[in-house]
Design a protein around this ligand. Sequence first.
Ligand code: FMN
Length: 193
Amino acid sequence: MTILTIIAIIVVLVALALAGLFWAITRERPRSLRTLAEDGKSGRALIVCHPGLSAYPERIAKGFALGLQRNGWAVDQITPSRKAGTGLERYDLLVLVAPIYMDRAARPLTRFLARLGALKGNKLALLLTGAGTTDPAMRRLSNAVDTAGGEIVFKQAYTVLRPNEPDEPIEGSNTDIGVEMATRAGAALQLER
Ligand SMILES: Cc1cc2nc3c(=O)[nH]c(=O)nc-3n(C[C@H](O)[C@H](O)[C@H](O)COP(=O)(O)O)c2cc1C
């Protein structure tokens, strides 16, 4: 086999791997609506969480949901897909959760947000997960929500490599600290009525 053939095979394999990765991080993962907490005096929240390649984004969503439940919220959860529809009428809070890919929130989430159209004062919480460079993605997502007329009541990026910085000390690995921070944030969330 010539050197050129070997190089060509390597190039093709790398291209296939990148195409596969691109498919994996941009494809929708439709799931049915799950009710995590039926009743709540604080209001009803919809968590729209796009799963990552790892479990981290879903762990963050689960932590925030647990905090909301402790805070007296009814909580439903779904993944961002065309199957999710766009009816938000019954919700007082929309929680968007996604991993960051190439300085943007995962595409299924930004497409879901675009399908919602005008947010007419809906209240939103934005939770992103990333390795460490999270500001560009959070800025883009915040701008998209602002432009659509949504009201951001909470936003935070939780990281895998860059240390998470909790207000109070938390024991555990960096990702465990992130999950506990999300839980405390959900438990402390107060909405002005
Ligand atoms: C293709 C790709 C691009 C990524 N781009 C970023 C990025 O721009 N900023 C960042 O902080 N993390 C980035 N990450 C890391 C993920 O956001 C991080 O691992 C996330 O918490 C969990 O996503 P995962 O479960 O899909 O790995 C990237 C990961 C992948 C696979």
